[in-house]
Design a protein around this ligand. Structure first.
Ligand SMILES: [Zn+2]
Length: 164
């Protein structure tokens, strides 16, 4: 890889790591000329991950689209870009595992995964994401979800703080 700092083509790989679903390889590299360190990413996609939309059409899984949705939901909330990147990586991994050999996941399931993530992170973002993506069939269901988040209704599965 060409060094971003001195343009040398000589580098060595310090560390190689694969994400849990085996779709990305991350390599930590060091330039042999100037010592600059950077990270390169390789995507392994024999068959691209596809999302089955509600009308049955397939479209390519689009991380950027998902990121825009998350950013919209997290607007003015105290969540860093790092956290957003982490959420996106986790969702991509979970989606890839769920999609299996068919490499397909329904948009509903994908939305659920995002909601599950947001539920434990930021209740406001959770409700925003749910409403933007019209995850609920009707207003009653939507209100039921909001009520689940209120302090009175602490019967939800993820209401306890985890220690990590
Ligand atoms: Zn260099």
């Amino acid at each position: 890889m060409r060094c971003p700092r001195c343009a040398s083509l000589h580098d060595r790989v310090i560390e190689t790591r694969q994400n849990p679903s085996g779709t990305t390889i991350r390599r930590r590299r060091e330039c042999l000329s100037c010592g600059y360190r950077c990270t390169s990413y390789e995507k392994i996609e024999e068959k691209p991950l596809k999302v089955i939309k509600r009308d049955g059409r397939r479209e390519l899984f689009d991380m950027n689209k998902l990121e825009r949705g998350l950013q919209k939901s997290l607007e003015k909330r105290s969540i860093s870009q790092n956290d957003i990147d982490q959420i996106l990586n986790d969702i991509e991994d979970a989606a890839a595992v769920h999609a299996g050999n068919k490499r397909e996941i329904s948009s509903g399931k994908l939305g659920e995964m995002v909601l599950e993530k947001l539920y434990g992170i930021d209740p406001v973002a959770y409700v925003r994401f749910a409403s933007v993506y019209r995850m609920f069939d009707d207003v009653k269901q939507f209100i039921a979800e909001i009520e689940k988040l209120s302090p009175a209704g602490t019967t939800g599965p993820d209401t306890q703080e985890s220690s990590d």
